[in-house]
Design a protein around this ligand. Structure first.
Ligand code: ATP
Ligand code: MG
Length: 463
């Protein structure tokens, strides 16, 4: 019965496609099923506070879209006709954010609700760069204009918690039902205004299982290079969203299918051309997807450490062949790769330093004698570095037994741990000679050198 009604309302939505410009289709709760109780208490209270003072306030965008497909929204954004200053007067714990287009953050318990004032249509005088990317658009407008400024039809849905109605300006509900991601307006113009919309198209399609409408899909390949003009920090944020969406593997496949992996992560296409690099990246992303779908966290540093690792190993080998010894060569390689990425992708300094720690711990896992393993175990980045090691084992890059040894070592008690240690390593002099020959201290070499070494020396070396 309910289903019939929903279908009727939705087909009605289709039939009445040419809704008068600026007039939304109003879908009652029976037509969409979203109740007041489904939105977060923070966003509900924000909307209440604004409407008590006579303003319009709706939950908008991703949250409505996600609730409609039965997904769990990441956050609940609110759109209103109140200006930022007026919003601030209605909500005690709130503050203004952003210089370009001011929005308000309201702190409702543990929740932060982003409140945006309806944006106006882009005027002819909007400031753009030489490629047409909009640099400034801080004009307020009415709700219809706000809807037209959003990217995809499924993102231009407004849920009114008071009436439980959805205001649908661009047939987003029907598109969602037909599993189509459709751009509002002319896709080429919209990509030119903001090239990040190409990445958003891929991410949202992968996340929601939608197919990108051909008109929005077609121009992507030829316009992909516009991403090069996007500020690095913005690209970084979007890549992070993409890879932590829980659908990273699908996103990456689609990025490649659309020709978008060039220029987004400059080294990613290089890495993916190498079979070993590709295997590792795909394993890492599948692993991240699984974690996120299980509700676990995934750190950006771990992610970027995996994405760039293959490049580091290639660089590391080259520098060693040029005559540098193992560890300094690794540090040089890390810096080189991060610098190359940093030019395009603003990996924050904090993340870069965590990434380096994860990488730098890898050769230390090979040393399983004396006190060294205890030091590694206590390292603040041990957990991430150990997960990284296991991934390398899975990819066949190191002996999986090494990862297993560390699994057992962590779980063992004091006595058992001590018994697991390999015999102590060679004294410094001999190791220096050995370093020149091999790129990293393997299990076997550690054994070999132990045979002609003396305990005290090796222990001192551990300090
Ligand atoms: P998610 O939160 O799942 O990543 P989202 O669609 O909610 O997806 P947000 O970045 O939270 O993405 O943006 C909120 C809303 O703002 C979107 O639903 C859309 O309506 C609008 N929006 C975001 N980015 C753009 C953009 N680049 N161009 C036009 N509208 C945008
Ligand atoms: Mg959102």
């Amino acid at each position: 019965m309910l289903r019939k009604f929903i279908n009727r309302v939705l087909t009605l939505g289709n039939k009445t496609r040419p809704v008068a410009q600026g007039e939304p289709a109003i879908i009652p709760v029976e037509g969409h099923g979203i109740r007041r109780a489904d939105i977060s208490s923070g966003s509900r209270r924000v909307c209440e506070a604004l409407s008590e003072r006579g303003y319009k306030a709706y939950v908008v965008g991703g949250a409505v879209r996600d609730l409609l497909v039965g997904a769990h929204p990441k956050d609940f954004d609110v759109a209103t006709n109140a200006t930022p200053d007026e919003v601030r007067r209605c909500l005690r714990r709130s503050r203004l954010i952003g210089r370009r287009f001011q929005i308000v953050h309201a702190y409702m318990g543990a929740e932060v609700i982003e409140i945006t004032t309806f944006r106006g249509a882009l005027g002819d005088d909007a400031k753009t760069d030489e490629h047409g990317r909009v640099l400034r658009d801080n004009v307020f407008g009415n709700q219809a204009e706000d809807a037209a400024r959003r990217d995809f039809t499924v993102n231009a849905l407004y849920f009114d918690p008071q009436t439980e109605q959805i205001l649908d300006y661009h047939h987003g509900v029907a598109d969602l039902k037909q599993k189509t991601l459709r751009m509002i307006g002319d896709p080429k113009t919209r990509y030119r205004e903001d090239p990040v919309r190409m990445l958003r198209a891929v991410r949202l399609a992968a996340k929601l299982g939608l197919s990108i409408d051909p008109a929005a899909r077609r121009p992507i390949r030829e316009m992909a290079e516009l991403l090069e003009n996007v500020p690095a920090a913005r690209l970084f944020d979007e890549m992070l969203k993409l890879f932590t969406s829980g659908h990273a593997v699908k996103c990456l496949q689609q990025l490649r299918a659309e020709g978008l992996h060039h220029g987004t992560l400059p080294l990613l296409d290089v890495i993916l051309r190498e079979p070993q690099g590709e295997k590792f990246v795909m394993l890492a992303l599948a692993n991240t997807d699984q974690r996120i779908r299980q509700g676990k966290s995934s750190s950006p540093s771990f992610l970027f450490a995996t994405l760039l690792w293959h490049e580091v190993t290639v660089c590391w080998q080259r520098i060693q062949q040029e005559g540098e010894s193992t560890i300094p060569a690794l540090y040089q390689a890390m810096d080189e790769v991060l610098k190359a990425q940093g030019e395009k992708l603003a990996i924050t300094r904090r993340i870069a330093s965590d990434v380096k720690e994860i990488w730098a711990l890898q050769p230390r896992f090979e040393q399983r004698a004396g006190k060294r393993p205890y030091g590694v175990l206590e390292h603040p980045r041990f957990r991430a570095a150990y997960d990284f090691l296991c991934l390398r084992g899975e990819a066949g890059e190191v002996d999986a037994a090494l990862g297993e040894w560390w699994t057992n070592f962590q779980n063992a008690d004091g006595e058992a741990r001590a018994q697991m240690l390999l015999p102590a390593e060679a004294p410094k002099k001999k190791r220096r000679r050995r370093r020149k020959k091999s790129s990293s201290a393997s299990d076997e070499t550690a054994h070999e050198t132990t045979r002609n070494t003396s305990e005290p020396d090796a222990e001192q070396d551990d300090e």
